[in-house]
Design a protein around this ligand. Structure first.
Ligand SMILES: [Zn+2]
Length: 1153
């Protein structure tokens, strides 16, 4: 059987996955399984009932036939003509200032009075067009029976796996897995790890205390040592009245994390001396979720007693090999006595009197308080806890100079913050796929025990730096790509050719498939095909196939896509200058529509609609002298009043388009219409694309809550009182399911929606965002849009959005080798079954996070494979498959898992998981679950991979030492813990944004980059070294820049030298700096140039143009800025890093006890 035939009988996405019980996939097309919704791609299997483009009857006068549906109205008032009228001579807009479109009653043409029009004036002139008003058939039959989309389904917030029923259970569970001391602290035998040395952090990160021997086994080739934090920092242990609580374990400091001696620790006022701990429980506001301690106010002093004797508390002098430690203890701390205990091999408290947690945790024994007076409070030195900056810098210096070569299985790539080049030698570049771990547990039990989520963050159309090669396009002609007979995986470097090259064994399902004759090639002595290096699909991790007609909807090659610009022309949009701005911009921007490689002009056609309560369509056919407007005022049942002339080639219709864009702002200049519709706008675009039989994108520019009478009409249901209640989730849910259904229709047509919002008040982003979100589109929000300050940002976003690479009508499937399978998906898309991620549009910035679960055992020998196949239509209308392959290692030792994790990716997954959770669960529940999961991850490490004798210490895996700080940032984010200034729309907006972010974006979003500008070297191209996000790192004599991917703050200290202020702002004093600047003035001096070049560089790195905000120290805007100093306690109650670390430590200890 030839491959070609295979393709027919087994469509690309159509085969059931063999071997997965209860996981049958519906076939696309005719053979859908009972009870399983059919996918729209049924077309792959052959013809199916489909939308037929209606042909308007000849000579049909739409306005007669459908009097209530709308009326063609030309700008011209020459009513005597039935021919299209043109805008030219008469200015269409009403002189009265009344709303533009209007009533058919006044149709001078005398066709008919349209009774539904209540206004008497025809502002736009005459109905004149003879354009057919035929309605296309109602709705598409593509998705019969599909239910609501996954996003809207309130599914219960799930645990990441069955958590242990109790601490005891976990304990028992873990006990079974405990690795002996020797092997636990030492890495597993080299044979177990496939990770090349490059993936292993340098040994410099080790904290081995001299003589301890505990960490020494971590050699450079074996993996990083754990990071440990001295437990002595009495972890956020809430004191309870009437109970004495010892929060200190004496001898537990690990060098490098040594807190200052007690005497010096009292310093900071922020640590109430009354507790022996660093201000542990005193998390104001919403306490850290997960705390079971319902008890007394945390601020109560005096329940903490029996701190260790000062001598024992003292910070240990760092041992020699501590180089990797960030912020080794200040040299001023002499070695302390407590150190001896560590030489016994025990970092932790020896089992014995335990700190008294009894009161806090019911059921745990109260060990009583150790004797002795309370020690002076100690302060956890922020320099001694893991620093994101240090980790980032270390990775840059260690891994930034060599290209990352993807030949070996399971390699951990450099961090997203490191600049590096990638050489594809058989695995997909980390720009396309990053994983939470590159070494995954062989069994599901191990995976559950660790609680480390197995997920891949996939950006299928990622932009590559110019130095790297785009995926090659492979054309196998009519036979199409070679695929496994059974699982339909695409030919890739991991397929095994056998029998002299006549057959190949699938690396995913083991099925053996004949090599089609045209693809046959001999093997060399190693079993490799001799054309190995000539074929991208045999030697590279990423490549594309040209798809055959079998991969096309309705078995028809697609038409080039269309862009439709849909502009709100209600009062606010006009008055703010937005309408004029958009029209002006489009005149030039249309020359930059996406083009395929070497094509001279874009194949994308364009169309234009304006709207308020009614919709205005424009005929911009090249043969017209002037554009022609048609008004549809019956928005209840939207249709497109013209077919010919609506979607046009820019170059052919340039004159007409320019004329239209010149006239739109004038036509509506005097509008008084404040109400808008929204759903009908999307419906109109959708209908237009259906009529044109193409996919495309709608660019909708919208200003207000759509309260006008129409389908999808919304009401203002904003209610901040719901925050922190069980109903808070409703703020994130759409207020009607109407938009979910609309989104489904849009996806079926390949109609992607990009939404630009310009609200002056609540407009329900949670609901308006449904269609953009589920169609793979983007949302941009410019609250209180003002031309002067916001136009640059908006125009930059618009330009980038219009120009960026995008695929249409996309379907992505991730195949996996036997043993694991993709079980959950996060991102902007729609799913009509459990495996296929459908996106009407997918651009180069969009990311899909995929979670995997075991369904069988994996083997260390064969590892695990992922293949992501994206079927899409290019901007020129070419149907393509983009394939990304990635091979991972598998392990039987938990230590291998923890050594090959990537915390940035983990955070990307956890944030998306949590942000979806708020749709269905109270926010507090979501926060608790996050904390709980991370505590379990770290406890499992502590239990199984670290020294069993160091119970009292916080020991973090090297690759996860930033997990607490980053997790805290997620917990404190606006979605999970909003401050008073954060609106409901902001939260819904951020929630949707984060869901499509890649790892680099979530990294900087949750832990912003803070650069001391005054330390920048004006003579070099480099950036000043970043500093940690804490107010105590700021000097009032300096200027700093903070960016998080959405905003750039420039913070100016009160004592900055006048010369610097003059150079940067062009004013002579601090007081004269305007905090309303939206850009830095262009001044001809080195400092100004340097700072502006930094800003430009950062803007260029991000997918959105960041808003620039100048913040003067002690000015009121500083509160906003401080919100982003994420290591500090937040105004909304978020814990500081130090406090949170202590809290995590407590949680971990609780799990281990
Ligand atoms: Zn297979």
């Amino acid at each position: 059987m030839s491959v070609n035939q295979q393709a027919h009988t087994g469509p690309p996405y159509g085969q059931p996955q063999p071997g997965y019980q209860g996981y049958q996939q519906p076939a696309y097309g005719g053979q859908s399984l009972p009870g399983v919704p059919r996918s729209q791609y049924g077309a792959y299997n052959g013809p199916m009932p489909e939308y037929q483009q209606p042909v308007p009857p000849q000579g049909y006068f739409p306005s007669l036939g459908f009097p209530s549906k709308g009326s063609p109205v030309s700008f011209n008032s020459d009513s005597s003509s039935l021919a299209p009228n043109f805008i030219g001579s008469l200015r269409a807009p009403p002189t009265s200032g009344a709303p533009p479109p209007a009533s058919g009653a006044s149709h001078p043409s005398g066709h008919l009075a349209y009774s539904q029009f209540e206004h008497g004036d025809v502002q736009n002139g005459i109905p004149a067009s003879a354009a057919p008003m035929q309605r296309p058939p109602a709705s598409q039959p593509f998705l019969p029976g599909s239910g609501s989309t996954p996003v809207s389904q309130p599914s219960a917030f799930q645990q990441y796996g069955p958590p242990p029923a109790s601490v005891q259970q976990l304990s028992n569970h873990m006990a079974g897995m405990t690795i002996g001391t020797a092997t636990a602290s030492a890495p597993p035998p080299a044979g177990l790890g496939y990770g090349p040395p490059t993936s292993v952090p340098p040994v410099s990160g080790s904290f081995s205390p001299p003589g301890s021997g505990l960490y020494t086994p971590y050699s450079a080739t074996q993996g990083p040592p754990p990071t440990s934090v001295p437990q002595g920092l009495p972890v956020a242990q809430p004191p309870f009245p009437g109970q004495t609580v010892s929060t200190q374990r004496l001898p537990t400091q690990v060098p490098g994390f040594a807190p200052p001696p007690p005497s010096t620790g009292v310093g900071p006022s922020s640590y109430p001396p009354t507790t022996g701990a660093p201000r542990p429980p005193a998390m104001p506001g919403p306490p850290l979720p997960g705390q079971t301690l319902a008890g007394p106010p945390s601020s109560q002093p005096n329940h903490v007693t029996s701190p260790p004797p000062p001598s024992a508390l003292a910070g240990l002098h760092p041992g020699p090999p501590m180089s990797g430690l960030h912020g080794p203890p200040p040299p001023t701390h002499p070695p302390q006595p407590g150190y001896q205990m560590q030489q016994n091999g025990s970092f932790g408290q020896v089992r014995g009197p335990q700190p008294n947690y009894g009161g806090a945790y019911p059921g745990t024994p109260n060990y009583g308080s150790p004797p002795g007076p309370p020690p002076p409070p100690k302060r956890l030195d922020p320099d001694s806890i893991p620093s994101p900056i240090q980790v980032i810098e270390d990775d840059r210096s260690n891994r930034g100079s060599e290209p990352f070569v993807t030949g070996a299985r399971g390699q951990v790539p450099p961090l997203v913050t490191t600049n590096f080049l990638v050489k594809d030698q058989g695995n997909a570049s980390p720009r396309y796929i990053r994983c939470t771990s590159y070494n995954i547990p062989c069994t599901s039990d191990m995976a559950k025990q660790s609680q480390v989520p197995l997920a891949a963050v996939i950006k299928p159309l990622a932009t590559l730096p110019p130095e790297e090669t785009l995926p090659y396009l492979v054309d196998h002609g009519e036979s199409g790509p070679v695929r496994c007979n059974r699982c339909k995986a695409y030919m890739c470097p991991f397929m095994q050719f056998i029998e002299g090259g006549r057959r190949f064994q699938c690396c995913f399902c083991s099925c053996v498939t004949e090599v089609p004759p045209h693809y046959f090639q001999h093997l060399d002595h190693t079993g490799k095909r001799v054309d190995f290096y000539d074929r991208p699909e045999l030697s590279l991790g990423s490549y594309e196939f040209l798809a055959t007609v079998d991969y096309c909807k309705n078995n028809k090659f697609p038409s080039p896509p269309a862009f439709i610009f849909m502009i709100d022309v209600s009062y606010n949009a006009v008055k703010s200058g937005l309408v004029r701005l958009i029209c002006e911009e489009l005149k030039s921007l249309l020359d930059y529509l996406p083009r395929e490689g070497n094509m001279e002009e874009s194949a994308i056609r364009v169309g234009f609609v304006t709207y308020n309560k009614v919709l205005h369509f424009y005929n911009v056919k090249s043969s017209l002298a002037q554009p022609q407007m048609m008004v549809v005022s019956d928005v209840a049942d939207m249709f497109v009043p013209l077919l010919d002339g609506f979607l046009v080639n820019v170059n052919e219709s340039r004159t007409v388009i320019t004329s239209l864009l010149d006239q739109i702002p004038e036509m509506f200049a005097d509008t008084r219409e404040t109400e808008t519709v929204f759903a009908p706008v999307i419906q109109a675009g959708l209908e237009a694309l259906k009529a044109a039989e193409c996919a495309g994108k709608l660019f909708i520019f919208h200003t207000s809550l759509p309260i006008a009478e129409a389908p999808g009409k919304l009401k203002n249901r904003d209610d901040r009182k719901l925050i922190n209640t069980d109903k808070e989730k409703t703020l994130f849910q759409p207020q009607t399911s109407f938009y979910n259904n609309l989104a489904k229709d849009c996806v079926a047509q390949g109609c992607c929606v990009d939404l630009f919002l310009f609200p002056n008040q609540y407009l329900d982003v949670a609901t308006l965002g449904v269609v953009p979100y589920q169609t793979g589109g983007s949302i941009y929000k410019y609250a209180y849009f003002q031309l002067e300050t916001d136009q640059d940002r908006f125009l930059n976003d618009l330009r980038r959005d219009v120009q960026k690479e995008v695929g249409f009508d996309a379907v992505m499937r991730v195949r996996t080798s036997t043993g694991i399978r993709a079980t959950d998906f996060f991102g902007a898309f729609y799913m009509s079954n459990t495996t296929d991620v459908e996106m009407a549009g997918l651009d180069c910035d969009k990311t899909i996070t995929v979670e995997f679960k075991h369904d069988d055992k994996l083997s260390e020998d064969s590892g695990a494979l992922l293949q992501c196949a994206l079927l899409y239509t290019s901007c020129a209308g070419q149907r393509r498959l983009r394939i990304h392959n990635l091979s991972l290692n598998c392990c039987t030792q938990l230590a291998d898992l923890y050594r090959n994790c990537e915390t940035d990716t983990l955070i990307n997954y956890l944030a998306k998981y949590a942000y979806r959770g708020v749709l269905s669960s109270p926010v507090k529940t979501v926060r608790d679950a996050l904390i709980n999961q991370c505590a379990q991850i770290l406890a499992c490490y502590r239990k199984n991979c670290a020294s069993p004798s160091s119970a009292g210490q916080l020991i973090l895996p090297e690759c996860m030492k930033l997990l607490p700080v980053y997790l805290n940032c997620v917990l404190k984010s606006d979605v999970l813990q909003p401050g008073p200034e954060v609106t409901t729309d902001d939260r819904a907006y951020i929630r949707q944004l984060v869901t499509s972010m890649d790892v680099a974006e979530t990294n900087v979003f949750f832990y912003p980059r803070l650069l001391p500008l005054t330390k920048a070297d004006v003579d070099s191209d480099s950036l000043p070294a970043a500093i940690r996000n804490s107010e105590e790192r700021l000097s009032k004599g300096d200027i700093y820049l903070l960016e998080n991917g959405l905003n750039i703050f420039v913070w100016v200290g009160v004592s900055v030298q006048q010369g610097l202020i003059q150079n940067l702002f062009g004013v002579s004093s601090f007081g004269q700096i305007s905090n309303t600047l939206s850009a830095l003035p262009v001044l001809e001096n080195p400092f100004s140039k340097k700072v502006r070049s930094i800003v430009d560089m950062l803007q260029g790195q991000r997918s959105r143009y960041m808003k620039l905000i100048i913040v003067k120290q002690e000015d009121k805007l500083e509160m906003l800025f401080k919100h982003f100093l994420v290591e500090d306690k937040s105004l909304s109650g978020g814990a500081s890093y130090v406090d949170f670390l202590c809290h995590m430590h407590k949680e971990i200890r609780q799990l281990l006890s």
